[in-house]
Structures are given as structure tokens and as C-alpha cells.
Design a binder for this molecule. Sequence first.
Ligand SMILES: [Zn+2]
Length: 294
Amino acid sequence: MACVPAFAQTEIGQLNMELSPDFAIQARKIEERIAIISIDVETDYSGPQHEGLSRLPELIEMLSALNIPLTAFVEGKLFVIRPDLCEQLISSGADVQLHCYDHSANNETPESLSLGIAAYEKFVCRLPEGYRAGNYKLSNDLFHALVANSFKWDSSLLPAIGRGGKPRLAFEDADYFLLGNCITEFPIAVWRGIPIPLNQAYRRLITQPGEALLRRLCRLPRLLVYNMHMVDLVRTQSLTSAPLPKPIKYLYQYTWRGNRRESFDSLREFIGFLHEKGYRFTTASKMYSEVRQQ
Ligand SMILES: [Zn+2]
């Protein structure tokens, strides 16, 4: 199939304008429950600190002990300034792919994407195939830059209410998308029926009683791309000086109220819950290989 983004009416064509005016979106379904545990590997709260980031080895160790594969979207500049962590990810067998080049820049451009690709290629010795945009902002220009750089898949869209979210994409029967006939999109998980993100940060925000209610009221997405950041797992001093909008900073502070120091246990419990619900765990790259053959 020709890889040419073009405006087209598809079964969800009316939603194209939500994302982009000039490439088609097609909905795709899967038959079984599949979970992809992913992390955005980046500096703390888009600032200069590494306090949370430096505890990444604890997450790697925990998931390894649970035999859960990890998909890691690494901020491009970290291949240069934190080669130790990138090496640990690769050594652990994680599916290492590319995040934006520099979170503090707020917007990825085709030029900064090129910097990220170059840093990735120099370190990993191959080109990245998967991508996640910073703050879930997959712009039109960025989409075309991904196509031009031969990316195969993306996991940037958050079909939910929230920072960078696109709640109108949260319709019932799509598990993933094909963008412009050439990029496979694995959207980040939301609770089915209520466009609330299903990720580590929002699970902590709604607290255990809130989540218990959602577990009763909502279905889980068949393809569940779970996302987190190290600052969602560990409490850091970085939050005090984080370059975040005040309301966002307040919400983060709220989630760390009381004496909580970390939330690895919450992640472990959620993984157990997914096991009970019959989810099979894989990486995004393996998922792409599976759907490509369909
Ligand atoms: Zn990020």
C-alpha cells in the first residue's frame, strides 16, 4: 500500500480534523487482551534534574523479576548525557525507542527529531522504528517527519481528557489506528467509556477508591498501552523547581501528599490485576510485528 498521507473519508474520517487535516485515520481491532507496559524515559518534569530518572534501574529490576517486558521511549538527548541508563535499558532487553529530543523545548520539530534519530542511531547502531511525541503532541508536521524518516509505528495519542489528550478519539471499538496508510498508532490507554487516562500518574491522582470504582464501572481497553514516568513512581525534590504550569504542579504535589515516597507497589498490583484479567504482555515492537502480518 502506498505510503502517501492524503485526506480521505474513512470510517472515522470525521475525526481527522481532531488530529490533522491531511492524513487519514483508520480504526483497527484486536481479538485478545494485550498489555504493553511503557515508560517515557526523560529528565524529571521536563526540567534539568535527574533524581527520579536515576532510579530507573529499580524499575528495570522489578519488571525483570516479574518477567514483564518494558517498552521505553527515551528522550533523544539522554543517549548523549545518560549513556549509563540507556545501556542498562538495552542490556535488560527493553524495547528501546525514541521520545522527543528535548522535553524542555515543549515542541518537537522535524529538525529536533533529526537530532534524536542521530543520537539514537549512534548509540543503538540502528534506526528507531517507534516513536512517542513529548506531551502526546503528534502534530501534522511531526507526522510527516516520522513518515519521511521511515518510522513504522507511533504511540503518542492519548484519547482522553488530560494534558495533550484528544478525548474525541476515545470511541468504543478501536484498539489501534493506521495513520496515513503508513504509520501504525498504538494509543495510550484510557478507561473504556470514560476518557480518563489509564496510566500511573492518573491512577495515583484518582486514588485507590476512585480506581476501585472505575474497575467496576468501566471496561479495560483490549490493547492496553500503559504509560508512566519515573517521577510517577518516586517522589523527588525535583518537583519543587519543576518548570510546569502551576495547576499541573499542584496536581503532582497532590498525588504525593502524605508520607508516600514511591508507588512501585501500585504498579506491581496493577500488573497482577492485568494478569488476572487475562492480558498477555508484550512490547510495542513485537505488537507491530504481529499486526503487520494481519
Ligand atoms: Zn515525555
